[in-house]
Design a protein around this ligand. Structure first.
Ligand code: ADP
Length: 408
């Protein structure tokens, strides 16, 4: 049976794609089509079958400018034609499945699922919980099902991995009838990444994931912390939406909800303005004027006090969650860093974990400064809690889960 899966990640203005052979972990082709709906739509593609696992966002192949992608349907058409002209044309590669990233599965989806009209409808209904994400995800599902009608389509939800949270962790102490009526609870996100990283961490430690308690720190543009016991999520920092928890590129993370009513009253801000302020104008961008951690470091090194404060706030919040999840888990075997900042930023890793030696957590500075792209251990030998750097690969995980569903 074929093990090749096409992974699609449809955002409002972009589609990332990757053709993955799950059997050997190879990426056969990947790319991203950006600026859908604009005349300047652009396709960045790498269809040389390099087999690396950097994810489509970091593709460094060819660029086609001004492609005709007025909407998602036209964009997918461009992508399918690009795949056809590459080294692994779809007409020759038999697809086992198309795996779709879907952000919000609410409490209906605890597992990836074969998509039918009923599932499409549910994703649509769940748009009220993720108005920016589910509608473009669904648009991608619809056009891909039409374009590739004979292949199983599987939805893989960012929230699904966290459906194992106990009620004590997912319940907000909000008046319960209002909460129930509007689906207000903690759902958690980045689940696909945390699931992949947990298994990869267990492999690196030569242990079974069932025997491990892990604190997974996904520090990308969005950032979250998750407590994983025996391969199951038991607490996570993102909530009803991906706004809660750690400081992010442009999001506040945790903030007193009273700030919203205060700003509503005192600054006269409306709901959309508040939403924009908290989600798109805050975080590192709001504190330091740059959402990319590399730029924040550059400014801090040049003496910029705002940038210095921003990275202190960022690391303080990470440390806060590490302490909290040590308490939630009782005992942790490893703290695992992943995603853009987590995988690359030795400064953030060592500052976030500084002063935790008495809790068994320590970073070896020589190991921490190793800048390779492979998983590695950065704690000293014999440390009570291992500290790991594990590159995430959401596309591979979506492909793996989609193949499991399609083969079942
Ligand atoms: P996303 O969350 O959008 O999937 P990534 O996980 O790729 O993104 O993370 C992107 C972020 O990672 C960038 O905004 C930047 O802050 C950070 N980043 C990428 N490379 C480095 C690096 N070498 N050092 C520090 N931070 C980095």
């Amino acid at each position: 049976m074929t093990t090749t899966v096409l992974v699609l990640n449809c955002g409002s203005s972009s589609i990332k794609y990757q053709l993955v052979d799950v059997a050997n972990g190879k990426s056969l082709a990947k790319g991203v089509l950006e600026r859908i709906g604009e005349p300047s739509a652009r396709l960045r593609r790498d269809d040389a079958g390099t087999g690396d696992q950097d994810g489509p966002g970091s593709t460094d192949g060819t660029v086609q400018d001004d492609v005709a992608a007025a909407d998602h349907e036209a964009a997918l058409d461009v992508i399918l034609r690009a795949l056809e002209s590459g080294e692994h044309p779809l007409s020759e590669v038999e697809l086992a499945a198309v795996g779709h990233r879907v952000v919000h599965g609410g409490d209906r989806f605890a597992e990836p699922v074969l998509i039918d009209d009923d599932v499409e409808h549910s994703i649509d209904v769940l748009s009220s919980l993720a108005p920016l994400h589910n509608p473009p995800n669904l648009a991608g599902v619809r056009v891909a099902r039409r374009a590739l009608p004979h292949v199983p389509h599987v939805a893989v939800f960012d929230t699904a991995f966290h459906q194992t949270l106990p009620p004590s962790a997912y319940t907000y102490a909000l008046e319960s009838r209002t909460a129930a009526e509007h689906g207000v609870r903690r759902y958690g996100f980045h689940g696909t990444s945390v699931s992949y990283v947990s298994r990869a961490a267990a492999r690196l430690m030569e242990r079974s994931v069932e025997d491990l308690n892990l604190i997974v720190l996904h520090l990308g543009n969005g950032a979250s912390a998750t407590a994983v016991r025996g391969g199951r999520s038991v607490d996570t920092s993102m909530g009803l939406t991906p706004l809660e928890g750690l400081v992010m590129g442009t999001r506040t993370g945790d903030i007193d909800a009273g700030v919203l009513s205060h700003l509503r009253r005192e600054a006269g801000l409306g709901i959309d303005e508040l939403d924009d302020l908290l989600n798109r104008q805050s975080g590192l961008l709001g504190l330091a004027g740059a959402n990319d951690m590399r730029e924040v470091h550059r400014r801090a090194r040049a003496g910029d006090e705002d940038a210095r404060l921003a990275r202190e706030v960022y690391c303080h919040r990470v440390r806060h969650y590490v302490g909290a999840y040590l308490a939630v888990l009782g005992q942790a075997h490893a703290v695992v860093f992943t995603a853009g900042v987590g995988e690359n930023d030795a400064w953030v890793r060592s500052h976030s974990l500084s002063g935790l030696r008495r809790l068994g957590i320590e970073v070896d500075h020589v190991r921490n400064s190793f800048a390779g792209s492979r998983s590695h251990i950065i704690s000293p030998d014999g440390a009570e809690v291992a500290v790991l750097v594990v590159p995430t690969d959401e596309e591979f995980e979506i492909a793996r889960q989609a193949l499991d569903v399609a083969a079942a």
